[in-house]
Write a protein that binds this ligand. Structure first.
Ligand code: HEC
Length: 380
């Protein structure tokens, strides 16, 4: 839309006269973009974008400068791939359909559900997606719900506090704070700080565990096929106190691969497989592990809270002689807590299913904060 000739609105002149440009901008796209009647030729993504979005988001998707806009909420830069690839289409459609507040953004991002058809909203989004053409950035669709144990393939900016409670047989509470930071399009560094409490029989003891550092790199991703594959190297240092049971007393190198696959019907599969290699082969043997997660996401009221029931199958075995293979299953439920969907919780139980002797059921839960998307206290 190139002409912004004022039209008569149902609010009369007051709308134009009060806080001039901001309201005008909100009103123009909605008033000037009548739904097309049935049988009318479908508009191209570019036509929809020009008619409905260009006024604020600009011809090149970088956003109209604020002095011109007349409001001080910054308009995002869709050519910045680091920002523009993070959210899946469903989240952006929520914002386009129901307006900024659908994801706790400003209401200056208007709701288009009455002005555009669902096809036109998708078309506008297709055009918006075109502003970041760099395929190196994996799309937000591939950022699958985080299981309690299995690591993800997607590189991300997150902080996760996980607590595992073993209620019987020497009660213990193991906490783990994971901080992940993305580096560029495909890489991520992470630090893991465990902190535990344990009933030693002669009272409770507590202490820091073995701190780990990791580097992850996504080697392959294709959001049309719904696949992502990454490799990670982790070093677990013997920072924990061995005699209180919080540390192993030797360094462990942990290389592993991770794979995520979107399945039909909002279902997904995630896999992690690797080995733990101790620095001191007299103290421990190498151990292989493999973890598979199946799950599915459900959205409440189309664009509302997301529930993701999942089940993990965890296998591990020492790579020495005739050692047994252990299996655990972890049924769990992840749910988004904030409107922005950047704060989530997951709760489940880890149940040993083979060689149960001495192995206890654990209650595990986490609180996850996708810190790139907003502050802890924001976005509710
Ligand atoms: C009246 C001005 C205006 C119009 C018209 C407008 N937007 Fe926006 N849009 C905004 C503002 C302002 C924000 C930032 C909101 C915030 O950060 O609180 C935004 C944010 C967004 C976001 C980003 C949400 C996120 O995850 O950060 C998307 C996607 C978006 N707009 C798409 C569109 C599309 C598609 C159209 C056309 C159908 C459109 N907008 C029309 C003002 C507008």
């Amino acid at each position: 839309m190139t002409s912004t000739t004022p039209r008569r609105s149902r609010f009369g002149a007051a709308v134009i006269a009060v806080p001039p440009l901001a309201l005008l901008l909100l009103w123009v796209p909605l008033a000037a973009v009548p739904r097309q009647g049935p049988g009318a030729p479908a508009r191209t993504p570019e036509q929809v974008y020009r008619a409905a979005c260009l006024n604020c988001h600009g011809p090149h998707g970088t956003g109209v400068p604020q002095p011109t806009l007349g409001f001080d909420v910054p308009v995002p830069d869709f050519t910045d791939c680091s920002f523009a690839t993070r959210e899946p289409d469903a989240d952006w459609l929520a914002v386009v359909s129901d307006g900024g507040p659908a994801r706790a953004f400003s209401k200056l991002m208007p709701a288009f559900r009455d002005a555009l058809t669902p096809e036109e909203m998708r078309a506008a989004l297709t055009y918006v997606r075109g502003f970041c053409a760099d395929e190196a950035w994996p799309r937000g669709e591939l950022n699958l719900p985080r299981p309690l144990v299995t690591e993800k393939a997607f590189p991300e900016d997150e902080a996760v506090l996980t607590t595992a409670v073993t209620p019987e047989g020497g009660t213990s509470v193991a906490n783990k704070l994971v901080y992940e930071k993305r580096l560029g399009a495909r890489s991520q560094v992470e630090i893991v700080v465990p902190y535990g409490f344990r009933d030693s029989g002669a009272g409770w003891v507590n202490g820091i565990g073995d701190v780990a550092f990791g580097f992850k790199r996504s080697l392959y991703h294709d959001h049309r096929k719904g696949s992502i594959f990454s490799v990670t190297g982790e070093v677990v240092l013997p920072t924990g106190d061995e005699k209180d049971g919080f540390g192993k007393g030797y360094t462990v190198f942990e290389p592993f691969v991770t794979f995520g696959q979107i399945l039909p019907g909002d279902a997904f599969l995630q896999f992690q497989g690797g080995v733990e290699i101790p620095s001191d082969s007299r103290k421990a043997d190498k151990e292989a592990f493999w973890r598979t997660t199946f799950g599915r996401s459900f959205s409440q009221n189309v664009y509302g809270r997301t529930w993701s029931p999942m089940v993990e199958f965890l296998g591990f075995r020492e790579l020495e002689g005739n050692r047994p293979t252990y299996w655990d299953v972890v049924p769990q439920m992840q749910v988004t807590l904030s409107t922005r969907q950047h704060i989530m919780a997951n709760v489940g139980v880890r149940v040993p299913v083979s060689h149960r002797g001495g192995r206890r059921t654990q209650l595990i839960f986490y609180l996850l904060w996708d810190w790139f998307d907003g502050p802890l206290a924001g976005g509710w």
